[in-house]
Design a protein around this ligand. Structure first.
Ligand code: NAD
Length: 455
């Protein structure tokens, strides 16, 4: 397997994919280690994770460089991601004791009813490349803290980062056989589904997630899927500062080159503020620099995968053929690497793929709406259900709109945001199951109900 630098298009390193026999060996190693690891005190497991965090802090510069080299993520955003992962782990560490300790639900004379949380066993984590630290940490940290052993398959587009995570965990004192890394792409992912894991935790596209869900169904074990989105943003006419909102929401659409599961993917703007919003939005996008992601002042690097360039070109062509107007970009950038110019389209509608299918790139459609009812209908017109955002000075108006939308996360006056304290979950084609929050800690356990009746 070749790891390509999307900026230079040169090969960074060639790695050997794990063949099925090697995957079985890794699986057997993990199975053999589960009893020891699960019987350790939570406090001992927490020491390992605390040391892992120290490693991330000490090596943040070189880790960010590796991430930028293999994904094209601008260096500042690579640092932000690692810092974000550190603060996510901090929340988990502060709360894990509380949520994994036995819970006494009822206590009466001669009767006690208690819940304990037991590890699942050996879990399989098939991961994505767009935020390899963040989406990885959502799974392997609580899984390890809860006493599971973990087969971690980083994306083929972020494998060097996956190997760094493995190295730092082992250096922090994680026994070698408690986490194993699977090297490879889709075929290796598929081969993992043939092994009898005690849970499958996937982050990636709807297409792959659906295939995984189908294939592991008969195993009767937990299968969590964090998948894509087509997240809507609605700008109401109830805003004191349209320009500031346009600038903030442009970042929600274009941060990480639009390659975020919760990136703003389509925008609806009330007709009363439409012109001012579009003008300020385009002006903000023009201010951001496109270039070599290793430079501190670059906001737009290359896309991680060359194949996505074709998808974006198709979405632009389809939208233009159906009457859209291009305000900015619309094509590959004229330079080496997988660059696409930041693209803004207006006069768009829901007949266009741009407004219905995940773009996962630096491209956005902005649509004018007459009122809240029209905005709600359009926001709801999707197969996905990850997040939605409403900007309005009046909280009541925003909450009333967001209550009507079938989503896992609702944003008032913010967007493209994740909190470790809140459940991260998609609905419909965006996902199944929960990471983060207390629910995301317990997602790696099975509850046991104790009915204790004494004399
Ligand atoms: P992908 O589905 O192409 O790949 C994800 C992982 O699955 C990779 O490790 C890949 O090797 C593996 N894989 C591919 N085919 C497989 C198969 N048939 N069986 C088993 N494993 C297989 O997705 P991607 O391009 O890595 O990630 C981008 C997608 O992930 C986007 O849709 C994005 O929205 C989504 N995502 C969602 C979240 C979330 O929290 N909801 C977070 C990040 C990314």
């Amino acid at each position: 397997m070749k790891i390509i630098n999307p900026t230079s298009t040169e090969t960074i390193i060639e790695l050997v994919d794990d063949h099925p026999e090697r995957l079985l060996e890794k699986y057997n190693t993990l199975q053999a280690a589960r009893a020891d690891w699960s019987q350790k005190l939570l406090a001992e497991r927490m020491i390992v994770i605390a040391k892992f965090v120290e490693g991330l802090k000490e090596e943040i510069e070189s880790l960010a460089g590796i991430l930028t080299a293999e994904t094209g993520k601008p260096i500042q955003q690579a640092r932000n991601e690692i810092n974000g992962a550190i603060s996510r782990i901090s929340w988990m560490m502060e709360n894990v004791q509380k949520y994994l300790s036995p819970e006494q639900m009822r206590s009466r004379p001669h009767l006690e009813e208690t819940i304990t949380y037991e590890p699942l066993g050996t879990i399989c984590n098939i991961s994505a490349w767009n935020y390899p630290y963040l989406v990885g940490v959502n799974v392997f940290i609580p899984a390890l803290l809860a006493g599971n052993t973990v087969l971690y398959k980083p994306s083929e587009f972020a494998t060097n980062t996956g190997l760094q995570i493995d190295r730092l965990l082992k250096r922090a004192g994680l026994p070698d056989n408690v986490l194993q890394v699977a090297i490879g792409g889709a075929d290796v992912g598929k081969a993992l589904l043939d092994l009898d894991f005690d849970g499958y935790y996937f982050t990636g596209s709807y297409k792959t997630g659906k295939a995984i869900y189908k294939q592991v169904a008969s195993k009767m074990v937990p299968c969590q899927l964090e998948m894509g989105g087509k997240d809507p943003l609605y700008i109401t006419d109830d805003l004191a500062d349209v320009k500031a909102v346009a600038e903030a929401t442009a970042d929600g659409a274009f941060y990480n080159n639009g390659q975020s599961c919760c990136a703003v993917e389509r925008i609806y703007v009330h007709e009363a503020v439409y012109d001012a919003y579009v003008e300020a939005f385009v002006a903000q996008v023009k201010r951001w620099k496109l270039g070599d992601p290793i430079m501190e002042d670059v906001y737009f690097g290359p896309l991680t995968r060359s194949a996505q360039l074709l998808l974006l070109e198709d979405q632009v062509a389809d939208a233009l053929a159906k009457g859209a107007t291009l305000l900015l970009g619309g094509r590959r950038a004229d330079r080496r690497g997988y660059y696409f110019e930041p693209t803004v389209l207006v006069n768009v509608n829901h007949d266009m793929a741009l407004m219905r299918e995940e773009s996962f790139g630096p491209i956005i459609g902005i649509m004018k709406v007459r009122n809240d009812e029209e905005a709600v209908a359009l926001m709801q017109d999707t197969d996905y259900g990850l997040t939605a955002s409403v900007y309005a000075d009046q909280q009541m108006r925003a909450v009333s709109i967001l209550t009507k939308i079938n989503i896992g996360t609702a944003y008032w006056n913010c967007c493209d945001r994740v909190s470790a304290a809140l459940p991260w979950s998609g609905r419909q084609h965006s996902g199944l199951g929960v990471t983060l929050s207390h629910q995301g800690i317990r997602a790696f356990t099975k509850p046991k109900a104790w009915h204790l009746i004494g004399q």
